[in-house]
Design a protein around this ligand. Structure first.
Ligand code: BDR
Ligand code: CA
Length: 317
C-alpha cells in the first residue's frame, strides 16, 4: 500500500488525541513525527498527553519534540474549559515511559523533511507558532514540503471570539507567516470542524473491543460528552488528517485569505474573499498580503466518521 508521509503539529487536546490515534493507526499514513506546541494547554502537558495517546495507539518509536512555550507576540490563553485541567479530559491515564526527542520541534521538522525520500505533508492542528518559527529558521527546507493541511481558521464564524478560530487567534502573527509562506495550504476550519462526531452509543460499541485504542477512544468520547453536556461531540482535528488521505470526501474552494493581526475585535480572523468573480474584477482587492488558500467547505460526514471508527477499532462493522 502506498503511504502518505505526514508530520503532525499538536496541542493535545481531546480532539488532537482523536487525530493522533488515527494518524498513528491508519495503514496508509506514515507518521514521521509529532511536534508539540503551547495551545490548548502548556507545552509540557501537551507532550505528556501526546505520549499517552501514542501508547494507546500501540505506535512504534515515533519522535515527539517540544516546541514553543508561548505565542510569538501575545500571551498564552488555554482552552482548559473545553479540554480539562490536564488538557485531555482529566482521565487520570498512567504517564507514558516514552522519551521526548532531544531536538527542538523546529530541528525535528528540519531533519524529518530533509531525510524523507517521499514528499512530506505537514499537518498542524494547533496554534501555528512552531510552523512559523520553522519557516523562518529553515526556509530552504520549507521549500521541500509537499503542502500544509491545517486545522485552523474559518470562512464563516469564529469560536474563540465571534470572528476568530482558536488556533489562529492564539497566535495570529504566526498564522500570518504561515499563510504568506508560499507553501500550498489547505485550511480545514470551523466551516466543517464540528460536523464529524461521536456519540455515547459509538463509545459503548468501541468499549466492546478489548484493544487499548478503542478502549481509550471510548473513555475520551464519553468524558468529553459528560464535560460539555453535548452529544455527539466533534472528532475535530481528526478531520484535517482524513482530508490528507481521502480528499475525495471533502469539497474545497480556493479563496484569497488574509489573517487579521490587528488588536481589534477581528484579531485572528481568517478573512476569506468569497465575492463573486465579477465583483472582484470591478472592485479593487484590498486584502493586502493575502494568499490563495484551498478552504474546506463541505464533507461526507458519515464516510469521514466511519473512516475514523474503522481505523481505531479493527472489529468495527
Ligand atoms: C481548535 O482549537 C483546539 O481547542 C482544538 O484542539 C482545535 O485544534 C478548534 O478551534
Ligand atoms: Ca488542536
Amino acid at each position: 500500500m502506498e503511504k502518505t508521509s505526514i508530520i503532525l503539529d499538536v496541542d493535545t487536546g481531546v480532539d488532537d488525541a482523536f487525530a493522533v490515534l488515527f494518524a498513528a493507526m491508519h495503514p496508509a499514513i506514515n507518521l514521521l513525527g509529532v511536534t508539540c506546541v503551547d495551545g490548548n494547554t502548556n507545552v509540557d502537558q501537551v507532550i505528556a498527553n501526546t505520549l499517552k495517546v501514542l501508547d494507546a495507539a500501540g505506535a512504534g518509536d515515533i519522535p515527539v519534540a517540544r516546541g514553543a512555550v508561548r505565542p510569538l507576540l501575545g500571551k498564552s490563553e488555554y482552552a482548559e474549559y473545553v479540554h480539562g485541567a490536564d488538557g485531555m479530559g482529566d482521565l487520570g491515564i498512567t504517564p507514558s515511559h516514552r522519551k521526548v526527542d532531544s531536538r527542538s520541534a523546529i530541528e525535528l521538522l528540519r531533519d524529518l523533511i530533509e531525510e524523507s525520500k517521499e514528499p512530506v505533508t505537514l499537518v498542524p492542528i494547533a496554534p501555528l507558532t512552531n510552523i512559523a518559527l520553522f519557516l523562518r529558521a529553515f526556509p530552504e527546507t520549507a521549500k521541500k514540503l509537499h503542502r500544509i493541511v491545517l486545522m485552523g481558521g474559518s470562512a464563516s464564524a469564529g469560536n474563540a471570539t465571534a470572528a476568530a478560530e482558536f488556533n489562529v487567534w492564539h497566535d495570529p502573527e504566526a498564522a500570518a507567516i504561515v499563510f504568506q509562506s508560499g507553501v500550498p495550504i489547505t485550511m480545514y476550519g470551523l466551516d466543517v470542524f464540528m460536523r464529524p462526531g461521536a456519540t455515547s452509543e459509538n463509545a459503548a460499541k468501541l468499549l466492546k473491543s478489548s484493544d487499548p485504542a478503542p478502549q481509550f477512544a471510548a473513555t475520551l468520547i464519553q468524558a468529553f460528552i459528560e464535560r460539555l453536556h453535548v452529544s455527539p461531540i466533534t472528532l475535530g482535528d481528526y478531520g484535517a488528517v482524513a482530508c490528507v488521505i481521502h480528499p475525495e470526501l471533502f469539497t474545497t474552494e480556493v479563496f484569497d485569505v488574509v489573517v487579521d493581526t490587528s488588536q481589534g475585535p477581528a484579531r485572528g480572523q481568517t478573512i476569506c474573499d468569497r465575492r463573486a468573480p465579477f465583483l472582484k474584477s470591478i472592485e479593487p482587492n484590498d486584502l493586502t498580503d493575502s494568499a490563495a488558500v484551498r478552504v474546506v467547505l463541505d464533507l461526507d460526514v458519515e464516510a469521514v466518521e466511519q473512516l475514523w471508527f474503522k481505523t481505531i477499532d479493527k472489529g468495527w462493522l
